[in-house]
Design a binder for this molecule. Structure first.
Ligand code: GMT
Length: 377
């Protein structure tokens, strides 16, 4: 396809949507498109210089006259400026609020030719769409977009139901890069975390929001640890971290729970694990589950949102009812205690990650949708 000029807006900080948007921009740039990140900070996965990737910083100023910084407006203004200066073909925004709304404004401000694609990632639908003060503006952002995608079938259906939207929305799954390198021998890394040879490793990675149910992960681990010598690696940070640290102390398992905070070399760390726990009560996709599968780690997940579209129950991991940490612990032990099952699931997880969620296929799907969008007047 012809090389396009694409503006990408996302939250640039740690988080699945920022990762997906940045990786998408990188892959598109490798394919010859000209990419303009229009964001409030440099996307954290933009780890090296690319000649055809530009970064345009959105100012988030705190003027005394404003009680709250007008991010949505400065973003719209920057999007319009970049659209005009670089003659962008399209703006691809991640999240309906405020990004799709800012893009609609930018489109109007810059003469109406630029196309807008919005990708829904979850929170604006599963949490914010329940808030009557935001429903109308979310619906507006979606309806004003030329194309809308969501990261799972669950999220497409949820958006239609919650917001009563008739517009066609395309499910486009998140993806992993094909060339994930992890050291074949992880002994040194295990030793550096004081993980003994006879210990199993369970990992959980999230932003420690209440919806992630990290307390269920800790409680499940306590039960696993009663049966097997094991360590729990907690990767990530967020507002519940302190209360989780308190829970770990109250359970008396602090020796075996490692809080690693935010990390950049996540594949290396995840691949230390024998299983991942993702016990969220809301999750439109579950990128961390896919990242674990990509390095052959079976995932025990909950039966909510898009998780069952990522984990194949009984094949690449096990799905158990949300809030039932005892069932999650039993499922984890079943995998850890059966080496043949573990090996089978590990291989199946890798195969599924690279066949169904392959970056080449998913990026090509986005390109096809861009082309369709640009063909329409
Ligand atoms: O899960 C979060 O709290 C972060 C959020 C984000 O904006 O990155 O994640 C959402 O988008 C990810 C990428 O598409 C999905 O993998 C997560 O499932 C989704 N989170 C929720 O639905 C809660």
């Amino acid at each position: 396809m012809k090389a396009l000029k694409i503006g990408i807006t996302c939250y640039p900080t740690v988080g699945g949507s920022g990762i997906v948007a940045t990786e998408l921009g990188k892959r598109l740039a490798e394919k010859g498109h000209e990419i303009h990140f229009i964001t409030s900070g440099l996307p954290f996965r933009l780890d090296r210089a690319y000649t055809n990737i530009n970064f345009h910083k959105v100012e988030v100023n705190q003027y005394q006259i404003f009680r709250y910084p007008p991010y949505d407006l400065t973003l719209a203004s920057k999007m319009a400026e970049v659209t005009e200066r670089y003659d962008l073909d399209l703006l691809h925004v991640h999240y309906a609020v405020p990004h799709a709304v800012s893009a609609a404004l930018a489109k109007d401000m810059s003469g109406g030719n630029v196309k807008v694609m919005t990708t829904l990632h979850g929170t604006d639908i599963t949490v914010l769409a329940n808030d009557p003060s935001l429903q109308n503006i979310i619906r507006y952002g979606i309806n004003r977009s030329d194309k809308v995608t969501a990261v799972s079938r669950f999220l497409v259906n949820e958006t239609k139901e919650q917001l009563d939207i008739a517009k066609h929305m395309e499910p486009v799954y998140n993806f992993v890069p094909p060339n994930i390198a992890v050291p074949a021998n992880q002994h040194a890394l295990r030793r550096s975390y004081d993980i003994k040879d006879d210990e199993d490793v369970i990992v959980h990675m999230s932003n420690f929001r209440p919806v992630k149910r990290v307390e269920d992960v800790v409680r499940a681990f306590r039960l696993i640890r009663q049966e097997k010598r094991s360590k729990l690696l907690l990767i990530g940070d967020g507002r519940e971290r302190n209360s989780i640290e308190e829970l770990v102390e109250a359970e008396g398992i602090q020796e075996d729970v490692l809080f690693l905070g935010n990390q950049s070399r996540i594949y290396e760390l995840i691949s230390l694990a024998d299983a991942m726990l993702l016990l969220s009560e809301k999750e439109s996709f579950g990128l961390t589950a896919l990242e674990a599968m990509a390095v052959g780690v079976p995932v025990i997940g909950t039966n909510i949102g898009g998780i069952p579209e990522v984990i194949c129950d009984g094949e690449t991991g096990l799905i158990r009812p949300v809030y039932d940490y005892e069932a999650a612990a039993e499922a984890t032990l079943a995998i850890l205690n059966d080496k043949a099952m573990h090996r089978r699931m590990s291989n199946a997880a890798k195969t599924r990650a690279f066949s169904k969620f392959n970056s080449d296929t998913i990026v090509a799907s986005y390109e096809k949708l861009y082309a369709e969008m640009l063909e329409r007047p």
